[in-house]
Design a protein around this ligand. Structure first.
Ligand SMILES: [Cu+2]
Length: 444
């Protein structure tokens, strides 16, 4: 008889298990946004070579989406169909990697030739705060991302964040904040030695223009560290983050932390009620490598603060100032106080690196008769064209005639030539023509 009871019990347990499994499937389906909203959201991204203001009358030469660094902010709802068209108006190959898509985006919008337009369509299945960046392919992905081509896409969840449920209202202020680095040259990019670290495209942008809020305001940060190298620890001086959600997914909830840690491309939604009046300094707490180089902002809390609703993550769309006090060009020739000419004496070993799609040093002065050697330190020497880390040296005269051209160098290969005539020798890489260097040959 015991067998019958056990069989009955087994059937009940099995039925309960099946019911639970079905319920779990329904819940997982809901969480993953399996339900389409039926909305189609269209965006256009134009890739360019560009010059920008990056704060304090410093200008930056690199690549952009739609003329700003960071590029356009895109906000959609979970379950939306997203259609992104990439138009390459530049004379070099670009592309797009969009982390909000659970798809191999390089099949659709990787490797877009100059003049070409391509479109990607996907469903925004996972809520959160996502990075997008240029992705021509191979070595070019890293170089173009460092060069300024990145931005934020937010997928708003179908289900509300816990803090909204607790407070019974939406945020008073949404702050979309991208932390990112600027490098003087490819050598520093390889070594992770950022020249500046900034929020939304400018050093100390929100120190100069503090973000207004009121005591008791419900503020939400959509925080994204695009890097490309450094790990940030985002903190408000005088505040403790109430609710934080890793990646911006409402399921990844934690409470009451002094900071959020973000490696390159990590993100958070941070829900916080402003506890007091007075300025709250927003900072990456990596003081020496980040905060002191520009990754500081201010949230200015006052009773009479204006209601601005949101702070967007795009860089400012203004023409570059006419009289910059510094010109930063990671791939080309920046100010000579930054890309300082290195003077070699007679008999010195004269070695110039090709690294991170730049020459290093970019400017060199040598006595006549010097043999100069270039070495390719870029490691990713697979693929071709913009996608490869292969480089060469092409010296062109003012009349357009080539003085000389090296062969294309793979990783760790070298090319040497002896300069027998004084003069200025400006040179480029034939497959990355924005790479520029200069040799000044001086007489005895
Ligand atoms: Cu690009």
């Amino acid at each position: 008889m015991g067998i019958t009871i056990n069989q009955k019990r087994y059937r009940m347990i099995a039925a309960a298990a099946v019911t639970l499994a079905l319920l779990a499937l329904v819940l997982v389906g809901c969480e993953r946004g399996a339900t389409s909203t039926g909305e189609i959201r269209r965006f256009e991204l134009i890739t360019r070579s560009d010059t920008l203001n990056i704060g304090d009358r410093v200008t930056f030469e690199g690549f952009t989406f739609n003329g700003t660094m960071p590029g356009p902010q895109m906000v959609v709802n979970e379950g939306d169909t997203v259609e992104i068209t990439v138009i390459n108006e530049d004379n070099v190959t670009h592309g797009l990697s969009i982390h909000a898509a659970n798809a191999q985006t390089s099949n659709y919008v990787g490797n877009i030739a100059p003049g070409e337009t391509r479109t990607l369509t996907f469903t925004a299945d996972y809520p959160g705060v996502y990075m997008y960046h240029c992705a021509p392919g191979g070595h070019g992905i890293m170089a173009h991302t460092m060069g300024g081509q990145f931005g934020m896409m937010v997928v708003e969840p179908a289900e509300r964040y816990q803090m909204e449920k607790d407070l019974g209202r939406e945020p008073d202020l949404k702050v979309y904040l991208i932390q990112h680095e600027v490098y003087a040259d490819g050598r520093d990019f390889f070594d992770g030695k950022a020249l500046y670290v900034m929020f939304n495209g400018e050093t100390f942008r929100y120190v100069r223009e503090p973000i207004p809020a009121r005591p008791g305001d419900f503020v939400r940060f959509y925080y994204l560290n695009v890097g490309p190298n450094l790990t940030s620890t985002f903190h408000a001086v005088g505040g403790i983050w109430d609710h934080i959600y890793y990646g911006g997914n409402p399921n990844n909830l934690m409470h009451g932390t002094q900071s959020v840690i973000s490696g390159p491309t990590d993100s958070w939604v941070i829900d916080w009620v402003v506890p007091d009046s007075g300025p709250f300094t927003l900072v990456s707490h990596a003081f020496g490598t980040q905060a002191i180089k520009g990754a500081i902002g201010v949230l200015d809390s006052r009773e009479d603060a204006p209601r601005v609703g949101e702070i967007r993550s795009e860089g400012r769309d203004t023409p570059p100032v006419d009289d910059p006090k510094r010109f930063v060009s990671p791939f080309g020739l920046g100010s000579d106080t930054l890309d300082v000419p290195v003077r070699f004496r007679s008999g010195d070993r004269t070695l110039i690196q090709m690294v991170g799609n730049s020459y290093y040093p970019k400017r060199a002065e040598v006595p006549v008769g010097t043999t100069v050697t270039w070495i390719n330190e870029d490691v990713f020497d697979m693929l071709e064209g913009e996608l490869t880390g292969k480089h060469d040296v092409v010296v062109v005269q003012a009349n357009g005639n080539e003085r000389f051209r090296s062969e294309l160098l793979d990783h760790a290969e070298t090319f040497s030539t002896t300069f027998t005539e004084p003069g200025e020798y400006e040179y480029i890489c034939s497959i990355h023509p924005y790479m520029r260097g200069k040799i000044t040959v001086v007489g005895e």
